[in-house]
Design a protein around this ligand. Structure first.
Ligand SMILES: *Cc1c(COP(=O)(O)O)cnc(C)c1O
Length: 401
């Protein structure tokens, strides 16, 4: 089995770059940039004001709502990590999803969404986008290029991808899907939150990459922030114009904390990735477990695409328990944990477990039958986490007996 941390170089390659990106250009000599808050920008002349208006697409400051210096340093850093050219920071990971959807879709348009998509993205499509006259078709995440081509209509504007999928962890064949979409002039958006740095979206045909900086980049469960990155100037103008009109910007304090978090992201992730893989392998050997949905394990749908396209794995994975166990049993197990905590979100230093409930309307092409639970592995000693799981599995057996 491939240990995503030991045999792959994804995190090591990142570490030097993470010490350099988003550092100050202001000549004070301090290692780090200050937090620069602000609304009004003062101009020496009308000519300077006019120039600032025109420079909003080039990172020039004109007003706090269109960006601040701390935000621009973070944007530089994220663009570099994602391998893009321009980045827009926004108030949350969810705003990093909804802003490009609004930028690249219009009334009468059509959007293709993976059935495994992050729940709030699904809700945005089913409510606000529908009200705006945009239709969404959900496709099984393992759909191949021919299947996507068959779903593309003249009105299709966006192919959305998320790989691996939220809760069910299907790894998508992004290069093939992107090629099929581009052949019909369809933009490819990807929620790359799981794959930060270990999936380089623009090398695989993605046009717009989405990050919830709330997760590993900030890394300490203490803020909410998102980023949208592109590699094409026309896409940047479309996206930037929409972000400005929506009033999307990011607090200098949160951007500063995220820049601070980024410095240690490589080492945190290498450690968390290694622990997660050890725990995933331990769980795969347990009789209570039907399948471990970790992209680096062969049981995970799309494992072959992970091997081909990713340089590592993060520390978030799913477990499908044997069908003899119940949702109530998994709830009891999660309630009994002492090291894993029960909570939403992930990417912090602390381990989390969250039972996954899939809406019944969702097609499950990968055929989950037993109850699902999602695990995020933090910086705790993996032996302590395994002992916690051992106790939890006993509760699961008792609750399901
Ligand atoms: C958490 C998450 C988001 C949303 O991020 P927030 O900052 O919590 O709004 C989007 N996509 C994925 C895959 C996520 O896990």
């Amino acid at each position: 089995m491939t240990d995503p941390s030991a045999s792959r170089s994804g995190w090591a390659d990142l570490n030097t770059r993470l010490t350099r990106v988003g550092r100050p250009h202001d000549g004070t000599g301090f290692v780090n940039a200050p937090v620069e808050r602000g609304s009004t920008v003062l101009y020496p002349s009308m000519d300077a004001l006019r120039e600032a208006w025109g420079g909003r697409y080039r990172g020039q400051l004109s007003y706090g709502a269109t960006g601040n210096p701390t935000q621009h340093l973070l944007e530089e850093a994220i663009a570099e990590i994602e391998g893009g050219t321009h980045c827009q920071a926004v108030v949350s990971g969810l705003a990093a999803v909804t802003t490009p959807l609004l930028a690249f879709l219009g009334a009468g348009g059509h959007c293709l969404m993976p059935d495994s998509v992050y729940g709030p993205t699904r809700r945005f499509c089913d409510t606000l986008l529908r009200r705006m006259g945009v239709e969404t078709t959900y496709y099984p995440p393992m759909t191949d290029a021919a299947g996507i081509t068959a779903l593309i209509r003249p009105s299709t504007q966006v192919l959305f991808t998320e790989s691996p999928g939220s809760h069910t962890f299907e790894v998508q064949d992004i290069p093939a899907l992107a090629e099929a979409a581009h052949a019909h002039g369809v933009k490819v958006l990807m929620d790359n939150t799981w794959g930060i740095h270990v999936f380089q979206p623009f090398r695989h045909g993605v046009d717009v990459s989405i990050q919830a900086l709330t997760k590993y980049p900030s890394g300490h469960a203490d803020l909410i922030l998102g980023a949208i990155t592109v590699a094409d100037d026309d896409d940047w103008h479309t996206l930037r114009d929409c972000a400005i009109q929506l009033g999307q910007c990011a607090s200098a304090d949160d951007c500063w904390l995220t820049l601070r978090g980024l410095r240690s992201m490589g080492v945190r992730l290498a450690q968390q990735s290694r622990s997660a893989f050890e725990i995933a392998c331990w769980l795969a050997g347990r009789p209570e477990v039907a399948r471990v949905l970790h992209p680096a394990l062969p049981d995970c749908p799309g494992h072959e695409f992970w091997r081909r396209d990713f340089t590592g794995a993060s520390s978030l994975f799913g477990v499908e328990f044997a069908p003899s166990f119940t949702d109530a049993g998994v709830d009891a197990m999660v309630g009994s944990f002492g090291v894993f905590s029960l909570g939403e979100s992930w990417g912090g230093y602390e381990s989390l477990a969250l039972p996954s409930r899939s809406p019944a309307t969702r097609t499950h092409p990968t055929g989950h039958v037993g109850p699902l639970c999602r695990f995020h592995v933090g910086l705790e000693n993996p032996a302590d986490l395994i002992a916690d799981l051992e106790g939890g599995l006993r509760v699961l057996r008792e609750a399901s007996a």
